[in-house]
Design a protein. Structure first.
Length: 139
């Protein structure tokens, strides 16, 4: 079983190397290097960006769950519009977590982002009140 840094390295190789992954995700190369060496772990926003560019599932990238490796996702790949929506949701969620000084694990952040993503897909809108309500569930 590989660890998160190894799986990020696999994603980098899949898209043409570390420089290509940094360029395609907008993650600064120095930040990406901290992920690749295991010195730091990416927040949910960065996870979503890496998954979108490398076409891997968050389950595989975060937890290394078998059956969800690159090209073997149990869920259909997200369209670019969906990836952009998910990135927007994660950014908003991260802002609200930081503004409130909450201590929310990466796993809970991913769960919240996916709940909000499903809500946005169903309704077509991201309501700050909805984000607030979900944050209260984990605070």
């Amino acid at each position: 079983m590989t660890d998160l840094a190894d799986r990020i390295r696999i994603c980098a190789e899949k898209v043409g190397g570390g420089d290509a992954l940094a360029r395609k995700t907008g993650i600064p190369r120095s930040t990406l290097e901290t992920y690749l060496t295991g010195k730091a772990e990416p927040k949910a926003t960065r996870i979503a960006e890496i998954c979108g560019v490398a076409d891997v599932s968050a389950d595989w990238l975060i937890w290394g769950k078998e059956g969800t490796k690159q090209g073997e996702s149990t869920a259909p790949a997200l369209a670019l519009k969906d990836v952009q929506t998910l990135v927007l949701i994660v950014q908003r969620l991260e802002e609200m977590i930081a503004d409130r000084g909450l201590d929310v694990s990466n796993e809970k952040r991913v769960e919240l982002a996916m709940l909000l993503f499903e809500y946005v897909k169903d309704t077509g809108k991201l309501e700050p009140e909805r984000v607030e309500r979900y944050l209260r569930l984990v605070a």
